[in-house]
Design a protein around this ligand. Structure first.
Ligand SMILES: [Ca+2]
Ligand SMILES: [Ca+2]
Length: 280
């Protein structure tokens, strides 16, 4: 009996001996996948288009020829027709919307042209020529009676060449002299014009920088030694003619004449071009 008890104890001990202790490994697998997709897209497109153009700023005279020859700038520099100058169709073929000239003796005149002179200036004119056979004047500010007191002009200077010239009077030249285009005061366009087509002529002068554009393309530029536009006498603005003894009468149509005492920016030039073919 005693032997049996000892055996039982040995059996029990064998179960609890370290070599017999069953190792328990608790394996815990935690799969915690946290995916945060937080895509925040902010599209804040702010487009500000400032299309407010003030084409009346610095406008000294404006002749749209809407049924009359009046200055519609509000300054009262109305033109008067002579020798049969007439109202005719414009670039859209709308009647009584441009000034017509017979090429013989028609012209328009603003007797008191003094307010149309400025040291900084922009001239904008649309023309449609029927003939470039002779010298023909488009716009001129000087004395109509004797051709003196020359300030500026736009002219087809040579018969048959289809070239145009923009001249600014030299202040050093005597007021009494007859001054016309010449190489020192004039830009002769490198681009020729044809008959039967509307052109936008733009001429500027500022601080001695003289420029001439046709349909938005620069056709000539000069730097003059003088910074001011000539200022003398009592000039008249003649549209479609030169002076009484040498009229050089324009043949065709002239429209949308604007005279400014400032330079215009590109947006403004595009805005005043009749058919938008300024090329800019
Ligand atoms: Ca006539
Ligand atoms: Ca017009």
């Amino acid at each position: 009996m005693r032997k049996l008890a000892v055996l039982l104890i040995l059996v029990i001990l064998s179960f609890i001996s370290p070599s017999c202790v069953k190792e328990v490994v608790k394996e815990v697998v935690v799969t915690d996948t946290l995916v945060v997709r937080d895509t925040l897209t902010i599209r804040d497109t702010l487009t500000v288009r400032d299309t407010v153009l003030d084409l009346t700023c610095g406008l000294l005279a404006y002749y749209p020829f809407n049924g009359n020859f009046k200055d519609e700038s509000g300054h009262g520099n109305d033109a008067v027709g002579r020798n049969g100058v007439f109202l005719t169709t414009d670039y859209k073929d709308e009647a009584n919307r441009s000034a017509g000239f017979d090429g013989l003796n028609d012209y328009l005149i603003v007797q008191n042209g003094k307010p149309l002179r400025s040291d900084t200036m922009t001239l904008s004119v649309h023309i449609y020529s029927d003939s470039w056979d002779l010298e023909r004047s488009i716009l001129a500010l000087h004395d109509f009676n004797d051709g003196s007191a020359f300030h500026y002009n736009l002219v087809q200077p040579f018969g048959g060449t289809q070239e145009l010239a923009f001249s600014i009077g030299d202040p050093a030249y005597p007021c009494t002299g007859l001054q016309h285009y010449n190489p020192s005061i004039s830009i002769i366009s490198t681009q020729k014009v044809t008959t039967g087509k509307w052109y936008h002529l733009l001429a500027t002068f500022a601080n001695g920088d003289q420029r001439f554009y046709i349909d938005g393309q620069l056709v000539g530029q000069k730097t003059q030694p003088y910074k001011a536009v000539r200022d003398c006498g009592n000039p008249s603005l003649i549209i479609g003619g030169w002076w009484q003894s040498s009229l050089f009468p324009f043949s065709g149509k002239i429209d949308e004449i604007r005279i400014y005492n400032r330079l215009l920016n590109k947006c403004e030039i595009n805005a005043i071009d009749l058919d938008g073919d300024t090329g800019s």
